[in-house]
Design a protein around this ligand. Structure first.
Ligand code: NAD
Ligand code: 3PG
Length: 527
């Protein structure tokens, strides 16, 4: 098997390259590619590692024919078109905890720089001016800090600010009352935060809900002389509105690490005397860059080499320890899905997946995802584990999981029920001690079949002579039978045969099997 290949497209600490190499992943570093250049080369890679500079746009993703994973060495994934990646079945992962302390510390540094005019005082002092009376600052002590978005970074900022004896209030619709108590912050609505805060610090992701959250209306509700810190995303602030509020004095100062357009070579807020700027340095410390580079390289290598999924934005997690335990079940789940998907010719309305016995105690989300992949693949070649749940949802297929630890006839069992408007089909499978998947029930009929690459699936009436006729027909066409599994509901009733054959079955032969007396349906299935 050839080695997977990763492109590192942004500045990453050198440890990342070493980790990829040590783990057996080929790696190329090409920093500063133009969008067009990235589109031209991306098809040659299985993985793409980025920070915030490279934009993994829909166009890049459309060209990324072999891409399986995009790793963000950092937190914000707004430079990655997640929707396009998910639709193409590309796993997107970030490193949510590698740079949070560094960014929180930068936030505090920005707040202090703002309170004491440090950047401008520094510049004028270097210039030989001694403007002692010009730079009178304010204390942070006993001031109210309003945190908008109290997640990883917001909560570290809250902790550090409390160390500076600030009163911290937070607006975050997803912050629980208990967590707020644990953090020692007062949970408030945005309106209250704006009215009460002396300093406001933004720590939300950039979403449709948060874009422009600090606009003219919000700024007008603030205390006169409020100070704003933004070390999250530029798009959270309407920059023209902020400039107007700074000019009017409603806002006393703003410290900005991020801008609506980056790299920000020009911006209406640049050179405003009350604005402190840094060029998106929140995560730029030796420690944070080491953390995110190592984490992203390990996560991407684990994914490409072992199927382990950590910190994925668009798929269920699988730890490195779980991956080998899940592996035989993944095959079983995919085969059950593929069996039902190939046997089904009409629209699916509902999918019921039952996990029984040992498997019920495992992480079943990836199993469900791969089962849906198998089920939908016959209709949609581009489906994979990442996009299968989304594709099912888009097609209005209701998916439900039922788990029971109790063992039935088997120590472990996955049963798949597929419903259309008219019918329901069930297929169930297990793992025997050899860890190889076996189909043990189809439409309520017991069977014991291992699925090979080429299978013939026949439903027929249980009548004497059928097996002989089928064997003779296949033999006459020089089709060799590898395995032959049979089952029936009751003597003389419905029967099924699952026949593994060496090589693909020609279509005309399926028609001939279909024409045999007693055959209700014959199908070629591939696994
Ligand atoms: N400047 C930098 O270099 C730098 C470095 C790291 C992270 N960041 C950015 O900082 C931000 C926060 O990162 P994090 O790791 O703390 O993320 P996080 O996901 O841990 O926290 C975000 C918080 O925002 C809250 N939130 C979501 N929607 C909200 C809304 N409409 N109103 C209020 N709160 C809302 C969430 O509930 C969550 O608690 C992100 O935008 C990230 O990209 C910037
Ligand atoms: O979201 C993040 O992690 C930060 O914005 C850091 O971005 P950077 O990796 O480009 O410094």
């Amino acid at each position: 098997m050839s080695k997977p290949k990763v492109l590192i497209a942004d500045e990453l600490a050198p440890e990342a390259v070493q980790i990829f190499k040590d783990r057996g992943v080929e790696v190329e570093v090409k920093v500063g590619l133009k969008p067009k250049e990235l589109v031209e080369i991306i098809a040659g890679f299985d993985g793409l590692a980025v920070r915030s500079a490279t934009k993994a746009t829909a166009e890049v993703i459309a060209a990324a024919k072999n891409l399986k994973v995009i790793g963000r060495a950092g937190i914000g994934v707004d430079n990655i078109d997640i929707k396009a990646a998910t639709a193409r079945g590309i796993c997107v992962m970030n490193t949510p905890f590698g740079n949070n302390i560094t960014t929180a510390e930068h936030t505090i540094a920005m707040m202090m720089a703002l309170a004491r005019h440090i950047p401008l005082a520094d510049r004028t002092t270097h210039d030989g001016k001694w403007e002692k009376s010009r730079f009178v600052g304010v204390e942070l002590y006993a001031k109210t800090l309003g945190i908008v978005g109290c997640g990883n970074i917001g909560s570290i900022v809250a902790d550090r600010a409390q160390g500076l004896k600030m009163k911290v209030i937070a607006f975050d619709p997803f912050l629980s009352a208990e967590r707020a108590v644990d953090l020692g912050v007062e949970k408030v609505e945005l309106e209250t935060l704006l009215k009460r805060a002396d300093f406001i610090s933004l720590h939300t992701p950039l979403t449709e809900q948060t874009r422009g959250i600090i606009n003219a209306e919000a700024l007008a509700k603030c205390r006169p002389g409020v100070r704003l810190v933004n070390c999250a995303r530029g798009g959270l602030v309407v920059e023209a509105d902020l400039k107007a509020a700074l000019d009017s004095g409603q806002v006393a100062g703003a410290a900005l690490d991020v801008f609506s357009e980056e790299p920000a070579k020009a911006n209406i807020l640049f050179n405003h005397p009350n604005v402190v700027c840094t060029p998106h340095l929140g995560a730029s410390s030796t420690e944070a860059q080491f953390n995110v580079a190592v984490q992203v390289a390990e996560q991407m290598a684990d994914f490409l080499l072992h199927g382990a999924v950590t910190n994925a934005i668009n798929m269920a997690s699988v730890t490195v320890e779980e991956a080998p335990r899940l592996k035989p079940y993944m095959k079983l789940a995919e085969q059950l899905g593929a069996f039902a998907g190939q046997a089904t010719e009409t629209g699916i309305r509902r999918v019921i997946i039952e996990y029984e016995g040992h498997v019920a105690g495992l992480n079943t989300r990836p199993l469900t995802a791969i089962l849906l992949q198998g089920l939908l693949k016959p209709q949609l070649d581009s489906v994979n584990m990442v996009n299968a749940p989304l594709v099912a949802k888009e097609r209005d297929i209701e998916v439900s999981e039922v788990k029971t630890d109790r063992e039935g006839d088997f120590h472990t069992l996955i049963r798949l029920g597929v419903e259309s408007e008219k019918w329901r089909r069930d297929v169930a499978g297990t793992l025997f001690a050899d860890q190889r998947p076996r189909v043990v029930e189809i439409k309520g009929i017991k069977i014991d079949a291992e699925l090979g690459p080429n299978m013939l699936y026949v439903t027929n009436e249980d009548k004497p002579g059928f097996i002989g006729r089928l064997g003779t027909l296949l033999g006459d066409h020089k089709v060799n039978i590898a395995t032959f599994a049979l089952g029936r509901s009751a003597p003389g009733q419905d029967a099924i045969a699952l026949v593994e054959i060496d090589g693909a079955l020609p279509n005309h032969l399926i028609d001939e099997v279909q024409a045999l007396p007693g055959v209700k349906q014959a199908k070629a299935l591939n696994f």
